[in-house]
Ligand binder design. Structure first.
Ligand code: MG
Length: 398
């Protein structure tokens, strides 16, 4: 029955173009999504593009892809965007409320959630409430409000397709499950730029050091989170919600080559892995084309020159953020939301050179342990926890 549905869906989508909205089109995932779209004008068209404040690039993208709407979330950039698109047919909007309203539009089939951090939560919920398929790259949405986001998707029969490379890999591996229960998920981590550094050296790391990711081309926030390994902690939470699997069944394994993007183990000991050269356009293309696989212009694996693939356990002493993520996940409720809020503030301060590398973990720990705990937070509680924690974390910086 599922096979039949997939076949029918393939046939339909050979005829109809998918209309895409991109939340955060000027960032790393947004621009790579547009690169995939650019390669397949027969399959996709762009409906809505949005950016936080990069109005020049947003205007150029809206022109190139003939978007129907362009939204600048920072309202102070509205005049500039509006002037830049004055002689076009693109409708120009400002503010997150406008973006949320547009998500209900008939002219959108897939919403790519590529905003950075907590700011993606409201537009993502608006898209799910409108029953739209969401290709989700913005993991903080699930970290902060996983139970609410997944319940909203269920209620409105909206699919969430993973774009994060590990979760896309797990999703691809699960196609081999054929109804069998999953024993374990092995979530791979590159280990980041400080994998081989000792603690004393890591404590002196600058933002420039941390931004030098060995394998992946990503935005600044997620690259710093990779260096602290908070990213992997958030990905454990993301996997817990996307695949409805208990955290004890999620194992993090450091794999410096980033060739195995993650693995699924079954009760007979069989492990299915998804591999490929590290390039975010593969998981993006998989989500956009699902269930069809499409070309994305990436480099293919050459097994004759690949050499060894290495695996090791993560070191929670040198990378304490991973342990904090486990702690927040175990406490549940609004604890992951508080950890995420603290981390957003701390990472921004580290990028500005205001705090040291291990101050990120210190601020995250203080905010997590000092949190005003709520076991079953409502959406209002989540926004309140975020606001409160941002204020507390800012107080830890001076
Ligand atoms: Mg990832």
């Amino acid at each position: 029955m599922v096979q039949g549905r997939i076949r029918r869906s393939c046939q339909i989508h050979q005829l109809l173009k998918r209309r895409i909205a991109i939340l955060g089109s000027t960032g790393s995932i947004g621009t790579q999504t547009l690169d995939v779209v650019r390669q397949h004008p027969d399959l996709f068209e762009v409906a809505v593009l949005s950016a936080r404040s990069s109005w020049e690039l947003l205007a150029a993208q809206a022109r190139e892809f003939d978007a129907s709407d362009a939204v600048i979330c920072d309202e102070s950039c509205y005049e500039q965007l509006s002037a830049a698109l004055a002689d076009s047919d693109v409708k120009v909007w400002a503010g997150t409320d406008s973006l949320c309203s547009l998500m209900a539009g008939e002219g959108i089939d897939i919403v790519v959630g590529a905003m950075v951090g907590f700011s993606g939560l409201r537009p993502t919920l608006a898209a799910l409430e409108a029953g739209k398929t969401v290709a989700l790259a913005n993991k903080e949405t699930l970290v902060a409000a996983g139970s609410i986001v997944t319940a909203t998707a269920r209620e409105h029969k909206a699919a969430i397709l993973p774009v994060d490379s590990e979760h896309s890999a797990i999703f691809q591996c699960l196609m081999a499950a054929a109804g069998n229960a999953v024993e374990k998920i092995h979530l791979t981590a590159s280990g980041g730029p400080f994998r081989t550094w000792d603690k004393a050296r890591i404590s002196t790391a600058t933002a420039a050091d941390a931004l030098r990711h060995p394998n992946w081309d990503m935005g600044a926030k997620v690259t710093i989170d990779s260096a602290t390994m908070m990213n992997k902690g958030f990905e454990v939470m993301e996997a817990r919600w996307l695949f409805d699997i208990s955290p004890e069944r999620i194992n993090v394994v450091v794999h410096p080559e980033s060739i195995v993007h993650s693995m699924v183990e079954f009760e007979d000991g069989a492990v299915i892995a998804q591999m490929g050269c590290p390039d975010m356009r593969q998981p993006i293309g998989f989500a956009l084309g699902f269930p069809r696989r499409i070309t994305v212009g990436n480099r293919k694996l050459d097994f004759s020159t690949l050499g060894a693939l290495n695996f090791e356990a993560p070191d929670l002493d040198r990378f304490p953020c991973l342990g904090l993520a486990y702690e927040a996940l175990e406490r549940g409720g609004n604890a992951p939301c508080a950890l995420n809020a603290a981390n957003e503030v701390a990472v921004a301060a580290f990028l500005q050179g205001k705090i040291s590398f291990y101050d990120i973990a210190r601020i995250d720990r203080e905010c997590l342990r000092g949190l005003n705990f709520a076991a079953n937070p409502s959406l209002e509680d989540i926004f309140e926890t975020h606001r409160e924690t941002v204020a507390i974390a800012n107080g830890c910086i001076d």
